[in-house]
Design a protein around this ligand. Structure first.
Ligand SMILES: NC(=O)c1ccc[n+]([C@@H]2O[C@H](COP(=O)([O-])OP(=O)(O)OC[C@H]3O[C@@H](n4cnc5c(N)ncnc54)[C@H](O)[C@@H]3O)[C@@H](O)[C@H]2O)c1
Length: 340
């Protein structure tokens, strides 16, 4: 059994990581590092584990590996500390704030002989795993194009719009400040496209819109040309219905091949393949799978092999593509405004 330490105990730790750690026979949640001291007692009581606000004491508490679920700007320092204490890492996405940080994190971990993984949990959904198998065994022929779309409101612009002034939803606001929807959410789909196709991205082009008022565009389109000539179109939004009383969202994977298509529609709970042999309906599953990710993480810790685990490099590449797509649009917009 591996003793895990968790760094940053907020939303994703509480709904995704901790339940999976508790659920696993391979892991024990042994310690939490949470700098927000006001929540120490509440977290200790809830998770029945020692909560540290001193990072040195956390690392000296006898843990084998760490999971980093802090906000993106903290990942760099969290990984540096883990490397200093010789701990393997599973780090939430986006891996880092820029390429330099990510490259340094990877180099530090490699130098220390440690594994660094990025928490792209979408890879472990039975849906994503089935798509990988279908692509590999060519049941829809040769894949030529991917249409991936996740347009939603990231829980809305306001938490309470009945108040005057309305209360801003900081969860969404902070993610917009850290880079916007492509960097925060789109990295999952960029990773899936690379992983399903087993092919890197050679060319990219983005377009987007500013529905809200942040530096980053909040509704974006990214086109990627992979080395194997397959095209991926990714649409991502944090402003779709962001002020609507009754918001709706769309989450879609479509893979178009020379002999058929794969269709996954989360909202319609639909997962099917249509090809010359007919229509095959697969069991619906959520797009996320933290349990599956922790099974794969345990296997990697046991064997020292990567397996299906997304590496630090996978994290760096997805974040690089997402930031480039976002930054190009920010720069283009600034040039257009300057030339007015
Ligand atoms: N894989 C997924 O499906 C998924 C889903 C949601 C969020 N995320 C990612 O997880 C990360 C956390 O997101 P969240 O929504 O849980 O954020 P959050 O703000 O709810 O929680 C982050 C926690 O980290 C703590 N923290 C702040 N600074 C820290 C530091 N220097 N070291 C350690 N902890 C620190 C905060 O006090 C807070 O408790 C982000 O990178 C986000 O993009 C991933």
């Amino acid at each position: 059994m591996f003793k895990l330490g968790l760094m940053g105990c907020g939303v994703v730790a509480n709904y995704g990581h901790i339940p999976s750690i508790m659920n696993s026979s391979k892991f024990e949640l042994a310690a939490i590092y949470e700098p927000d001291v006001a929540r120490k007692e509440e977290l200790q009581k809830k998770h029945q584990v020692e909560v540290f606000s001193d990072v040195e004491l956390f690392f000296q508490s006898g843990i084998d590996a760490v999971v980093i679920t802090s906000p993106a700007p903290a990942h760099y320092q969290n990984v540096r500390d883990a490397a200093r204490y010789g701990k393997h890492v599973l780090c939430e996405k986006p891996l880092a704030m820029d390429d330099e940080e990510a490259a340094e994190m990877i180099a530090l971990m490699e130098k220390a002989g440690l594994m660094l993984f990025t928490a792209f949990d979408y890879r472990f959904s039975p849906v994503a795993q089935m798509i990988k198998t279908i692509v590999e065994n060519k049941s829809i022929g040769d894949v030529r194009s991917l249409r991936l779309s996740y347009i939603w409101n990231n829980h809305g612009k306001y938490v309470n719009d009945d108040q005057i002034p309305p209360q801003l939803n900081l969860r969404r606001a902070n993610r917009m400040i850290e880079g916007g929807p492509m960097v925060d959410c789109g990295v999952h789909q960029i990773d899936l496209a690379r992983w399903w196709l087993n092919s890197d991205v050679q060319l990219q082009h983005s377009e987007g819109a500013w529905v809200d008022e942040y530096e980053a565009p909040d509704h974006m389109y990214l086109h990627m040309k992979h080395a194997n000539k397959v095209h991926t179109m990714l649409e991502i939004s944090y402003s779709y219905c962001f002020t609507a009383k009754e918001p709706v969202s769309h989450f879609i994977y479509e893979l178009i091949g020379t002999d058929g298509v794969i269709r996954y529609d989360r909202e319609a709970k639909l997962f099917e393949m249509r090809n010359a042999s007919g229509t095959t309906r697969f069991p619906y599953a959520s797009e996320k799978n933290f349990n599956g990710m922790y099974e794969a993480f345990a296997l990697s810790l046991e064997t020292g092999q990567t397996g299906d685990m997304p590496t630090g490099l996978d994290g760096l590449i997805a974040t690089r593509i997402a930031r480039r797509a976002t930054n190009e649009l920010i720069q283009k917009r600034a040039l257009m405004q300057a030339s007015k």
